[in-house]
Ligand binder design. Structure first.
Ligand SMILES: [Zn+2]
Ligand SMILES: [Zn+2]
Length: 112
């Protein structure tokens, strides 16, 4: 699909702005496009990639859990990235406890 700028008749370029397909002209004219299936797929893929980058699949003993990479300061070494996960304590009335493990020194701590 080729479109020309209504202002200056130059060829419009297709660009991604804020996750939306937009036709832009060097004169500053912009026209937002209705999203095509490919665009939507691309957005979904990007979101998925971003999400997968932050997930850590951990298998310990016989259970597999998914940890989330979060920004947390390690109380031991001061590293700013940790894995986070939640565990339910024995009694179901108590709220689940958040655990953190430093990705650098593997120090594990919990948040009450
Ligand atoms: Zn133009
Ligand atoms: Zn640490």
């Amino acid at each position: 699909m080729v479109e020309f700028c209504p202002e200056c008749s130059n060829l419009l370029r297709k660009e991604f702005l804020d996750g939306k397909s937009t036709l832009v002209c060097k004169c500053g004219y912009q026209k937002e496009l209705a999203q095509s299936i490919e665009d939507i797929n691309e957005i979904i893929n990007r979101k998925k990639e971003a999400l997968e980058k932050n997930l850590i699949i951990v298998s310990e003993e016989d259970k597999i859990s998914v940890h989330l990479k979060v920004k947390q300061d390690c109380p031991k070494c001061g590293h700013r990235e940790a894995e986070a996960w939640q565990e339910q304590t024995r009694s179901a009335d108590e709220p689940s406890t958040s655990f953190f493990r430093c990705v650098k020194c593997k120090y594990t701590w919990r948040e009450y």
